[in-house]
Design a protein around this ligand. Structure first.
Ligand SMILES: [Ca+2]
Length: 459
């Protein structure tokens, strides 16, 4: 596969269209001002926010958002979607109603429930239509997927173990074993005072709403040199293996060069086999992991590397693609299609641009993002999922993602040849800490401030 896979044409069109829209807006605003000279006009400046070296995915304050990018009405697209290029000619595979000119609204999914710094929205693979919400401080809450749900039970409380004392530390990931209905196993990713812990727990046999706090089996630990960039999501692939997102260890610019260093687990997507442990461990290495049997000291858990903080990834099971959104440093937020053994560039590249030079790495071997956007359109990408639900036919096949800092939500259609059609769905005031799917593949947005919203089609 070609290493340079981002299509520049669409982006350049976008780059032209957006300034023209802005120019028209300015002309309009100036015109209005001339008509009403006494009226004070809000300055339409976007704050110049140079990303700090320790840009963090969920520590930004709401008031740091570019105010002028906000619509006056929440949850209603007040600007035409950016990048409305005509869809490609290829036959639409997702049904007759299929049109990408879809209008989306968000509604509060569980008005009677609120959460304390929620980071994940997961359903158990057991057809029970329950939702599990991961709270940063170490609790997992469970409730019925019903707008009238008025009680969330504590499924697991790890607050005594979890070190939550930095903006990117805490309980970060939850995944149910593909055979959960039989073995009751679920897996978590959290930080403690030493670093990252990947652990297995078991559900109480007679109470599906109670995880057993004393059932912990630690699979994997690794230290974190700095507080930030701890990755987050863990998820099982169709291959039955557990995938784990790790960050580069933190600070800014990856000062320890962890992401390019395959002798550690930082700045990677890992893949482990939790069902066939090797001797003396609770997991094994899948036989076809890319660095199995290497004699260079590379960690065999590594599936892909060169990532900065890909704290949200997800599988597109229809196409068997692994999507990972990688939070940028100072300039560029990126989306990658992760393939086995590939190097996604950080910290040599930030998105498609050179960040630093490094001896011994051939730039041609680096895989560039399939899509990227620059600051200050957004400053911390939150990866979502490809939508395959029934309620929004026009969204089928789109990778839905957002930005934690600016609250924007987009849909990205990617053809097999990786040509991209990216559209703005919504501008919100949410601090988007995650997207989630229920068992029917309907999509939700998690607001770090405590509420969960459901995507639906505007009638
Ligand atoms: Ca990259």
């Amino acid at each position: 596969m070609s290493k340079v896979i981002r299509k520049a044409t669409i982006k350049s069109v976008k780059k032209l269209v957006f300034p023209i829209l802005i120019l028209l807006l300015i002309v309009f605003v100036v015109g209005c001002q001339a008509l009403e000279p006494s009226q004070d006009l809000e300055p339409s400046t976007i704050p110049s926010q140079e990303g700090s070296d320790t840009e963090q995915p969920y520590s930004e304050q709401p008031d740091s958002k570019p105010a002028s990018a906000k619509p006056s009405v929440l949850f209603s697209p007040t600007v035409e979607p950016i990048g409305t290029e005509a869809p490609t000619e290829s036959e639409e595979p997702f049904g007759e109603d299929y049109s990408r000119e879809v209008k989306i609204v968000l509604t509060e999914a569980y008005p009677l429930l609120s959460f304390n710094s929620p980071l994940e929205f997961v359903h158990a693979v057991d057809d029970s239509d329950r939702i599990f919400v991961v709270e940063k401080d170490g609790r997992i809450l469970v409730f019925s997927n019903n707008p009238e749900a008025d009680e969330a039970k504590v499924f697991l409380d790890l607050t005594a173990k979890v070190d939550n004392r930095a903006s990117e530390k805490g309980l970060l990931g939850l995944a149910f074993h593909p055979d959960y209905t039989r073995n009751g196993y679920f897996f978590v990713n959290y930080t403690d005072r030493e670093g990252t812990v990947i652990a297995r727990y078991k559900v109480e046999q007679n109470d599906p709403d109670m995880g057993l706090a004393d059932s912990e089996e630690v699979l994997l630990t690794f230290s974190q040199p700095y507080n930030n960039h701890n990755g987050g999501r863990i998820e099982f692939g169709k291959d039955g293996h557990l995938y784990i997102a790790t960050g580069d260890g933190g600070s800014g610019g990856d000062p320890q060069n962890n992401s390019q260093n395959r002798s550690n687990l930082l700045g990677k997507i890992l893949r482990i086999d939790v069902d066939n442990p090797k001797q003396g461990a609770l997991y094994g290495i899948p036989a076809d992991n890319p660095f199995v049997g290497n004699d260079q000291g590379f960690r065999e858990e590594i599936y892909a590397y060169g990532l900065r903080n890909p704290w949200k990834f997800s599988f597109d099971y229809h196409r068997n693609w692994l999507w990972a959104a990688d939070v940028g440093q100072n300039k560029i937020e990126e989306i990658n299609i992760i393939k086995k053994g590939e190097n996604y560039g950080w910290n040599i590249m930030e998105g498609s641009q050179i960040y630093s030079s490094q001896v011994g790495v051939n730039q041609e071997d680096l895989v560039l993002p399939v899509w990227e956007y620059e600051h200050p359109i957004g400053k911390s990408i939150t990866g979502g999922f490809v939508y395959y639900g029934d309620e929004i036919p026009g969204l089928r096949g789109a990778y839905v993602y957002g930005d934690f800092v600016t609250g924007m939500i987009w849909a990205l259609w990617l053809d097999e040849d990786l040509s991209a059609d990216n559209r703005l769905l919504l501008e919100t005031d949410l601090m988007i800490s995650s997207f989630g799917l229920d068992q029917n593949n309907e999509m939700y947005v998690v607001d770090f401030n405590g509420k969960i919203y459901r995507l639906s089609q505007k009638s």
